[in-house]
Structure formats: C-alpha cells, structure tokens
Ligand binder design. Structure first.
Ligand code: AMP
Ligand code: MG
Length: 349
C-alpha cells in the first residue's frame, strides 16, 4: 500500500486534505494524525473491520482496547452509559485535552474496538487537526498511539512513517506533538475513580476537581507481577533494542555511577548510551549522551523522551543508562514510561 503523507499548517488547516482523510476513515481505511499527546493511528471506531485493521497495522494484541476520540461532548452519550457527576466535572475541567475517561459502553461501540470489554475509553483531543479529522471522519475515531506495538509512541510524522509506512492509507503531518506522552487514563466507572495511566493531567489536578482519586496498583508496583486494569499497561512498551537501566539517587552519586558503569562497559568493548538532562549532560566524557532537556522545564523532558528512545534504536549502543527523574506531577508520567522502557530495571546508588 502506498502511504500518502500530507503536511498541514495550524494557521489555516487545508480543508481539502481533511476531507480526503475523512473519506478514508469513512470507507474503513486508516489515517495517522497529530494530537497534543502523541500521534494517533485512526480508524472508524464504530466499524469493527477498521479496528481490526488498526490491530493488524500495529501488530497489537487484540485484547488491548482502543481509545475512542470524539470532537464534541454530545457524541459521548451515544457511546457511554452512566456518566457520573465526577466524570462531568473532569470533562468540564480537562476536555478538550490529554485526559481519557473510562465509561460503561453502549451497544453502538463494537466489541472489537474495546477488546471485548464492557467499558469504553473516550477522549476529546484539543489538537485542531485531530478535531477537524474526527468531524470529517464521522465523529468517532478509534486511535491508539501510531507506533508498531512495543516501540516508543510517535511524536512526529517521520516517526510514524518509520513504523507504519506502507501499512496505512495516510499520515497527516502536524509537526512535533507538544506533550509527547500519552493521555492520562482515569476509570470513572469506578468509585472512587482510579488512574490507570499517568499523564499530563496529574493526580493533584484531578483531585482539585473531584476529591480523592486512587492509582491502579500496577502503576506504582516496582515489579510487573500486579495485573493492571488498563490491559495495555501490562505489555512491555517503549522498549529500546539495547537494555536500559535507570540509575536513581542523589545527583552526584548518579553522575559518578553512570560514568563508572560507562567506562567499565567501554573497556569490555561495549558501546554505551546515556540519557541525561541539560544540567548534567556535559559531565559525561564517554558514551553517546542524549539530553532530554532541562529538569527545570519538565515539559521539555516529556516532549523528548520517546524521540530519544527511538534514536537510540538507530545507533549501535549495547546498553543505555538513564538518570532518574522526580516522581511527582508530570514526572510521574515520565518515570512511568521510563520504567516500562527499562522493564523496571533500576539501580539505586
Ligand atoms: P494507546 O492507545 O496506545 O495510548 O493505548 C490505549 C490504552 O488505553 C491502553 O493501555 C489500553 O489498555 C487502555 N484502555 C483502552 N480502553 C480501555 C478500557 N475500556 N478499560 C481500561 N483500559 C483501556
Ligand atoms: Mg500505545
């Protein structure tokens, strides 16, 4: 299949391109598109054949449900039942935006889209290209992250093409995704609501709106033995080809431990990658050093994490050491993705 790549500008989104992409969705095809979190791989959420194509294109296990993207609140009542007052408050506060909510599903949503679950995940993205595409595609777009299963999520159209060129009809190029990490997922069919995946909408932001929320134990657990409620969270994600170890502790100790480990590995003939921040990146004389950005600007770290993991796959490094990041606020989402990439391999120094 020949994948068309169409560049779009946010100052004046080309309607013709959006119409063309919308037609592809309506006729059962797949279109990758930018959102404020990461790129999504879109198909018609109400068409089981489209959902089937999404699983096939990604090589994604079909028990891992898809998030349904909508462009207006009125669409929600067609696909979700028993919408709680707390859910309404969260939507008032964070939609459109990087928050996915889990509801009881209505029969309109095919089982194929929800991986057989009686619940449906719904998000209303704020990205204007995403919004226009959802409207043009019929109003309900199923879209997981636009990467091959097991690889880091994609934050540019070029990354999408690396993974999915030839497997989907079209890629809409809207430049770099601003947040760079997938949406926060909150199960509002439970009481109290439960965070199933941390993201840019943090626990304290949620609690400010609705009071206490819980966090799924599988997210906090240091091993992967606890079964997560979001089926996708059980899979090893974002795994770089080289083994990744997170080094955690006081900054000076972390820097000296990574320097030491790098020297040792290089003496043994290995190539080493290092993931650092601007504040410390210049302190590693050996190894292939990549900075995620400044710790003082956490949003830079989240925006670059997947890109850096992806770039290490293009290099010949045998192992990667990463500095740890603070586990609070947006940092909770950053560490969650980093820990998954590392298969929970952490060295405390
Ligand atoms: P992705 O689209 O790649 O960001 O992955 C979507 C995530 O949402 C996966 O971790 C899914 O397991 C999770 N998810 C989707 N639908 C549901 C649902 N009904 N209940 C729980 N988790 C869900
Ligand atoms: Mg994904």
């Amino acid at each position: 299949m020949d994948t068309k790549i169409r560049k779009l500008s946010y100052d004046g989104i080309d309607r013709k391109v959006i119409e063309e992409a919308g037609q592809i969705l309506k006729s059962g095809g797949l279109v990758a598109f930018p959102t404020e979190t990461v790129y999504g791989l879109g198909g018609d959420a109400l068409n089981p054949a489209s959902s089937g194509k999404i699983y096939a294109a990604k090589g994604r296990p079909s028990d891992n449900p898809l998030i349904v993207h909508i462009a207006e609140r009125s669409a929600l009542t067609q696909i979700a039942a028993n919408i709680s007052g707390k859910a309404e408050r969260l939507m008032d506060a964070f939609w459109p935006g990087p928050l996915t909510l889990i509801f009881e599903k209505k029969p309109l949503v095919p089982d194929k889209t929800t991986g057989g679950l009686p619940t449906v995940a719904v998000r209303m993205p704020s990205d204007p290209i995403a919004e226009a595409l959802i409207r043009a595609g019929g109003g309900f777009v199923a879209a997981p992250s636009a990467n091959v299963s097991g690889r880091p999520s994609t934050t540019t159209a070029a990354h999408v093409a690396e993974d999915l060129n030839g497997r989907i009809e079209m890629i809409l190029d809207g430049g770099q995704a601003v947040i760079g990490l997938e949406s926060t997922i909150v199960d509002v069919s439970a009481e109290p609501p439960v965070i199933l995946r941390p993201g840019a909408v943090t626990k304290s932001m949620l609690e400010r709106e609705i009071g206490a929320v819980e966090t799924d134990k599988a997210i906090i657990a240091s091993d992967s033995g606890v079964r997560p409620k979001a089926p996708g969270m059980k899979y090893r994600h974002y795994a770089p080809k080289a083994g990744l170890t997170i080094v955690e502790g006081e900054t000076e100790r972390v820097v000296s431990a990574i320097r030491h480990l790098t020297e040792e590995a290089e003496r043994a003939g290995k190539k080493v990658g290092i993931i650092a921040a601007d504040e410390t990146a210049f302190r590693y004389p050996a190894g292939l050093v990549q900075s995620l950005g400044a710790r003082s600007r956490e949003a830079e770290i989240s925006a670059h994490l997947f890109e850096v993991l992806r770039r290490f796959d293009d290099t010949e490094v045998d192992c990667i050491y990463s500095e740890a990041f603070e586990d609070a606020g947006l940092g909770t989402a950053i560490m969650n993705r980093l820990l998954k990439a590392a298969g929970h391999q952490v060295l405390r120094v």
